[in-house]
Design a binder for this molecule. Sequence first.
Ligand SMILES: [Zn+2]
Length: 322
Amino acid sequence: MKLQHFSIALFLGLSLGTAISVSESLIPSAAKNLMAVESALLSRPCQKALASAAVLQIASGPIRLPPSKPAPSLVTTLIFNQTSTPDHILILGFHDFGPNAKLNGMTYPEFDAYIKRAKDLGYQNLTSHKLLGFLYGKEPVKGKWIMFTFDDGYVGQFEAAKLLQGYGYSVLLGIVSNHIVAGGDSLTQAQIAEILAMGHELASHSSGHCALTLPTDDESAFLASPPGPEANCNPDVFALLNQGEIAFQLKDSKAVMEKTFRVKISAIIYPYGFYNDTVHKEALNSGYQLGFRFPNQVNRDIHSYTSAVDLPRLNVQRGSRI
Ligand SMILES: [Zn+2]
């Protein structure tokens, strides 16, 4: 998963041109590192998949949305050069932070500089509420908007959330509900509550960080070796979860976190980004209005990304620039 996501991020980094760049000198060593750590990470309670991303532009056209919602006249369109579109949305995915950050995480000074750059470029803070307004409320996108998302609940994200707050930005924090009390290198319940009190938002990252479906052929092609059985919360390597198990991963995490933190959870960040029509259906059935995944094909039809529960993100890691 790590290698796959890295490769996608690399593609996006190259494709986005000035929008984001990944140091070329970083690529070979990072890829090797991802291959090397993959097996170790897969045995962890929460795998640290690299996020990915994209720039979204609102245009007119059809959109897949929950049947209970009125069909908006807007569609999110993946574009690879934001510089030509002054009005756009940038959704960023981060993982670990700090001097001991794992898996190409950012140091705090590097993250601080990254946030400052976003501020200097005039990006406004995009909350999930605002994003819902764009997607469901037919609100036109005017200006540049940036959404920060953190995956997996690394303890290093606590200080990173403070940094964002200092610049007037918020983060959508993707937490694995089974790991809330895990401690160790994971955020504790008290720390998550404190982050929310700063004004940040909470998303589900499933209940057990199980892959909700099989990786696609393209995703598999990026894997250095078959992932271990832990990756799917199933004794069989990447055996499919049945529909009930998928629903549980989505619904239980939402219910647990809503009860624990007394907030409404409207967003799901899919573990590993693995996603298909069943996951799509169950995400909507579970009450999610926003879903974030990883683009899994470099030349995928852009209309594959036009669902509010199928939103791509741009991976940001050590060496990335905005
Ligand atoms: Zn994850």
